[in-house]
Design a protein around this ligand. Sequence first.
Ligand code: SAM
Length: 263
Amino acid sequence: THFGFRTVPEEQKESLVKNVFDSVASSYDLMNDAMSLGIHRLWKDEFVGLLKPGAKGPQKCIDVAGGTGDIALRILDHARERYADRETTVDVVDINGEMLKEGYKRFKKTMYHNTPQIAFREANAQALPTEQFPENTYDLYTIAFGIRNCTSVPDVLKEAYRVLKPGGTFACLEFSRVNNPLLSTAYDQYSFSIIPLLGTILAGDRVSYQYLVESIRRFPPQPEFAQMIADAGFTTGGMFEGKGGAWRDLTFGVAAIHTGVKL
Ligand code: SAM
């Protein structure tokens, strides 16, 4: 197509998730802000700040389930602003062409448009086509608020491990578990009543936002997810040395960052 997307065969696409994100694509950024009260921006800043793209020279990055490119833009800005690095690249991968189109439109307004620094590719995180995504390709693999939408988390991790170079980093930002019982009750109230209501008011779409809330509840808690990352072959926790644990909680565990290194 004129967006330069390469596509995977139709049968590999997961239609439910696709429909959800089709229906929310254009209102997605607004809804993100509304639902998280803008906090997702701070989490994303912290995520990319922790990963320091460009610190050790230009990196080849892949941002999977990259949607409208929130993480990709932060990676490129971080590398450029901190390290004057204009050679770091990000391949934004998403199963949903509508999300990628929004991302493409958005990057059109940036200095990265029409440069080798950014590319958008339509593909399934669980089965990245090997011709386009060969093994040992990337220095950094990011996935933000995307892995819980995938039907097989182990398959995603396996693919992440495959496409990363030895020494490369896997990093995931995802909704997680609030451990404090008091906060957890408030958070339940918020997510089960307010978010679907906001979905109805702002996007005219309750079902999709209800699905998003349920997908958060189904996703494994921090220690279990860390174990899955380790089971995929990654060394976990290196990034949080001295701070303990294989992950970092954000906002009391509403979200968490997990990392792993392919050795
Ligand atoms: N990373 C972006 C962000 O943080 O703003 C987008 C997150 S959005 C909540 C989740 C994205 O995951 C959607 O764009 C959706 O299309 C994508 N997605 C869901 N399942 C996927 C899969 N199996 N492979 C690739 N992308 C997928």
